[in-house]
Design a protein around this ligand. Structure first.
Ligand code: ASP
Length: 610
């Protein structure tokens, strides 16, 4: 038997017991003739005391960091207790020990605040995983996994595996492909998600499916993306949107409770896509804080229902200030208590919005001083009474700083959203330990692809339009005659039965009610510019299945890695993946991807064109 206890287990009540522990040497400290060793395993750290009697053996084969040690002895009470450690009231007086394996000197220290840089830690990820900080993340991931399975099992979901060697799934990324040796010149695609399979399972009658599953997307890796990542993938039959929303906010609340001990009893807020875009400028708003966007001016082609409200804005007509008058969109936020910002701070904010990532020309500021007076960077163009009007429209209070951006609709809206988040961060309003969920509903069904002058699916091509808009879709030709006026095409206004779940400004999940009739699915493929032959070639199996009694169905997938990272209070999903890839998609430990032998290439009938 290698051990009687783990290194995290022994307490005062065990004093007097004879025990054997096995683990890794964390530290070796010599005090005169006595040696202390901290022994570490997955469960904790226990202090071992080596008396003079063992010195000869220790000197003959000195112990180093990360040696694997087995040691036996008696549990004794420590005179010098360490109450930071759960085992800190005891130590083991060692009577015999043996080195199970030696270790080279580790390239970085195996402790929470390590001296190892990112690259080094990734190259030696198996050592990095020994560190408590990483281990806690992996443990949290497992806790989220367990809670997910428990909730879904309790609710009648079945975990059904789906294949990895498949045909392309259209989630909007490039496929990773795998050459087939047995079918020369042919390739499998790795699933971007199990989307079509879970829909087929609904046709097969498995009306509640889930999987915690790997998905593969060959994307240019923006910060914090992984080419292979994990989803909690779910699908249900005989459901409407509300059934799905209720079931899955239940899942997230259950995870909160099990993993973080948080009772999230509030109903999850639900907002339409139009509303979030209008009030926050982004489709995944962080609603932990207010500072909502005020729309002073918008183009006539967006937000149909909001036009009347914006028409009442104090700058709706001509103001004499060209920047506003010539802009498509003028939006503002009122930053609480920031009227006291200095000139320098305001200049810095202006530079911030002018950075290429934000791309604005400038930033107008209006200080609504505590005494009620107003002072702005555009005093030349606006009287104090006019500024007062703006302040009122923007819902500012004395003491606030009003920041105004003007420009083209898309860019300006995105910029105000970024500015809001930045100031929320600076003012400490984005609290790490606060969790706020939000459902965003009714996304547009289509997006306009400018380069190709055609429609693409905003979510994926299996998402159903709002029932009231199916006629609009069937009854209209998808062709866009006039690219400049694509927003006037009836398709631009079709909303989808699609929903995203947003947590603290992160999209953690998304899904939709699906199309389940062949005719509508064919119309959708056609709307996306696919010929009938193409649709048949790519998705004939699904269209075929829809002819054999497909039930109404819908589903959702959550980004499992991201969910873990947020619950763990981290920005980076890599911290929560045992063996992640770096930002260029490389596994630096394995040194993959890598070339393969000529023999393998020959077997696969592949000639490299490099
Ligand atoms: N397959 C979708 C995705 O990966 C999720 C869903 O529609 O259920 O985003």
């Amino acid at each position: 038997m290698y051990r009687t206890h783990t290194c995290g287990e022994l307490r005062l009540k065990d004093v007097g017991s004879e025990v054997t522990l096995a683990g890794w040497v964390q530290t070796v400290r010599k005090f005169g003739s006595i040696t202390f060793i901290d022994l570490r395993d997955r469960y904790g750290i226990t202090q071992l005391l080596f008396g003079e009697d063992l010195n000869e053996q220790l000197e003959a084969a000195p112990l180093g960091r990360e040696f694997v040690l087995q040691a036996s002895g008696t549990v004794i009470e420590r005179s010098n207790k360490n109450l930071q450690l759960p085992t800190g009231e005891v130590e083991i007086r060692i009577s015999s020990f043996s080195v199970l394996n030696k270790s080279a000197i580790p390239p970085f220290t195996i402790q929470d605040d390590t001296d190892g840089g990112d690259d080094l830690r990734m190259r030696y990820r198996y050592l990095d995983l020994r560190r408590g900080a990483v281990k806690r993340n992996i443990e949290l991931r497992y806790a989220v996994n367990r809670a997910t399975r428990e909730y879904l099992h309790q609710n009648g979901f079945m975990d059904i595996e789906t294949p990895f060697l498949i045909k392309s799934t259209p989630e909007g990324a490039r496929d990773f492909v795998v050459p087939s040796r047995m079918n020369p010149g042919e390739f499998y695609a790795l699933p971007q998600s199990p989307q079509t399979f879970k829909q087929l399972l609904m046709v097969s009658g498995y009306d509640r499916y889930y999987q915690i599953v790997k998905c593969f997307r060959d994307e240019d890796l923006r910060a914090d993306r992984q080419p292979e990542f994990t989803q909690i993938d779910c699908e249900m039959a005989f459901v409407e949107q509300d059934d799905i929303l209720n079931m899955f906010e239940g899942l997230i609340k259950f995870i909160f409770k099990q993993v973080k001990g948080i009772d999230y009893t509030d109903a999850v807020e639900r907002m339409t896509w139009e509303d979030v875009m209008f009030h926050y400028g982004i489709d995944k708003p962080d609603i932990r804080f207010g500072m909502k966007v005020a729309n002073l001016k918008i183009p006539a082609t967006v937000f149909d229902e909001k036009q009347a409200a914006v028409a009442a804005s104090p700058i709706a007509g001509s103001t004499g200030f060209g920047v506003f008058d010539n802009a498509e969109t003028v939006v503002a936020i009122a930053v609480p208590g920031a009227a006291e910002y200095t000139r320098k701070q305001l200049d810095e904010l202006t530079d911030w919005v002018k950075r290429p990532q934000i791309g604005m020309q400038g930033l107008v500021n209006i200080k609504y001083n505590s005494d009620g007076s107003l002072k702005s960077s555009v005093d030349k163009f606006f009287t104090e009474a006019a500024l007062q009007e703006i302040a009122k429209y923007v819902n500012a209070k004395p003491g606030d700083l009003i920041l105004v951006l003007a420009g083209a609709e898309e860019r300006t809206r995105k910029a105000i959203a970024e500015l809001r988040l930045e100031l929320g961060e600076r003012l400490g309003l984005r609290k790490k330990d606060e969790f706020r969920l939000l459902w965003v509903l009714d996304f547009p069904l289509f997006e306009y692809a400018e380069e190709e002058n055609r429609w693409v699916a905003r979510h994926h091509p299996f998402t159903s339009p709002k029932p009231s808009q199916i006629e609009t879709m069937i009854g209209n030709d998808p062709v866009i005659e006039n690219a400049a006026e694509y927003l006037k095409h009836p398709y631009a206004n079709i909303k989808a039965n699609a929903y995203d779940m947003v947590l603290n400004g992160n999209e953690i999940g998304g899904g939709s009610i699906r199309i389940f009739q062949r005719e509508l699915q064919e119309k959708m493929f056609a709307a996306l510019g696919m010929t009938q032959e193409e649709a048949q070639h790519k998705f004939g199996f699904l269209l075929g299945a829809f002819e054999y009694g497909a039930p109404p169905h819908g589903g959702i997938a959550f980004g499992f890695d991201r969910l873990c990272a947020i619950l763990g209070g981290s920005e980076s999903i890599r911290d929560f993946i045992a063996f992640p890839k770096n930002n260029s998609g490389r596994d630096v430990m394995l040194d993959a991807p890598a070339g393969i032998d000529q023999k393998q290439l020959d077997e696969l009938n592949i000639k490299l064109a490099l």
